[in-house]
Ligand binder design. Sequence first.
Ligand code: ADP
Length: 466
Amino acid sequence: MIWTLRRKLAISHVVPILLLMPLLSLYLLYSLEDFYTQNLVNQLVNQAQLLRNEIQHNPSLVSNQASAQAFAGTLAPLTDARVLFLSPDATVWASTREEDASRIGSQYQPPAVTQALIGGLVKGVGPGFTTDVAYAVLPLRQGGKVTGALRLSYEMDDVRAQFDQLRELIIAGVVLTVVLALGLSWGLSMTIARPLRELTASVRGIAGGDYHTRVAIHGRDEVGELGDSFNRMAARLDQAEQARERQLAAIAHELARPLTGMRAGLDTLQEGQVTDPGMLETLLGGVGDELDRLERLVGTLQGLHKRALRPLQLNRTEISLEQVIRACVGNFNSSADRLGIHLNSQVPPELRVRADEDRVIQVLTNLLDNAFKFTPRGGNVTVQAGADGNSVWVRVMDTGVGIAEEELPNIFQQFYRGADSRPPETRGMGLGLAISREIIAAHRGRIWVESELGKGSCFTFTLPKG
Ligand code: ADP
């Protein structure tokens, strides 16, 4: 990958700096140099005008070469500028600089001087005696006649040396800024790219089935939030995977249990040693019970699979609750006899409701199945029903082991199978109550439980009459 996030970030930081900083610095530098030079020239003009005023008040100061030289001598310590006094024919009369001694008496006729002698003020930057200078040249007049000229100049070498220094400083600053920007953007991109790389590795881990993988959270920014969300998603997947494994184990276990019972019963029958008709009947009854259990289990699993594909469909008809309850309870009579449990039902005959009969039977069977599973020999299982306003209620009560308070919120959840301390033969797949709740909810009814550990449980559901 050439355009990695890190490179993109580094380039997005460094390129603007690399382009803008030198341009901006050069522009600033040249503007400053120009401003400074103009300022210098203006200062020279000011000084020249002051001197000219002085001379106009006192013409004798530069009336001849000797007085001009004396005046230049007094000026020399007062100004940094080089002051030249020139005659009307551009002969150098006097200078404030000693090195100009050899130029005294000779002509000096650069264009600026010639122009000033015939016109007025001339100012600017141009060649001087040895180097470039900033200059201002003013003609001197007496009674309308040009009596000479005044030239003030300042060597640009000093100014340029200062600006060269400034330029070097700015170039060093630009280089330093680029290096700093590179370093910063590199560091910044590392802090973003590293967690993203870790995240990518973890996502690949999840794709490969490693649900335990988690990423380290490096900060509280957007990338940190992404990592946090990923960790939560991974935790959910991990939980789901564990639940799936538990469910598979539960399903396999549940299917194996009745099969083992049936195999044991059939083996005994095949051995042909049981001849007593009563014993034979009990054995066959046991195999039949296991077969029923197996059918119910498979039915539950099929129902679960179908409902995963499409929502629960109800086939409502007007049903007599008394008949439905009687039929269900009848199915448990033989189990009640075999397990020594007293089974009663108290249902008024006139109770009618619009509901899906098969589904109501499924709920009742689940509740009765549980009541028998969790009630010891000698206990009671009672079914009651009644009407209350616009709805009917059905109650399945047992005097069994009861349910601990902390377990109550969980028992209607799919695949919740109660405390592990329960004997294995009472531990189902944990689907019966979840399915029952779904069926009752589809009827717009309610189902709930009241229970006390060691005393028994009471499951109630309601159905709207209409
Ligand atoms: P299962 O198929 O395991 O019976 P259920 O959804 O029907 O699943 O029940 C879930 C759990 O609720 C059971 O494993 C059990 O712990 C608890 N439970 C349900 N009915 C009763 C009851 N009548 N007495 C005591 N515990 C019960």
